[in-house]
Design a protein around this ligand. Sequence first.
Ligand code: HEM
Length: 86
Amino acid sequence: MPERFLEVKIDYRGQDFELIPFGAGRRICPGLNMAHRMLHLILGSLIQKFDWKLEENMKAQNMDMDDKFGLTLQKNVPLKAIPFKI
Ligand code: HEM
């Protein structure tokens, strides 16, 4: 639910410990600014240039959305999204 971050003023640059995708403190990711710029471009390009489908016989409503316990949240069963050019 990415929309849970809309309207929320959480700093992702290592100030609010409820969200630290780049770590925090002295060893914080030095690529943070570059990643922040690139991510929007990459994600935007993937959405604009391709349509996406699930594996054969897989329906969105049957997708396994369970997660694994750990330091970061990972899907229990990896999502295989197949791009096809528009
Ligand atoms: C979405 C993209 C990225 C994420 C989520 C990410 C996340 C992280 C995290 C969590 C750490 C560990 C920080 C810590 O120990 O507190 C880290 C370290 C590091 N990242 Fe990134 N990173 C990203 C992109 C990049 C990019 C684009 C570069 C370089 C161009 C980069 C270079 C590094 C380096 C060199 C370290 C080691 C820093 C150190 O140990 O002092 N990262 N990153």
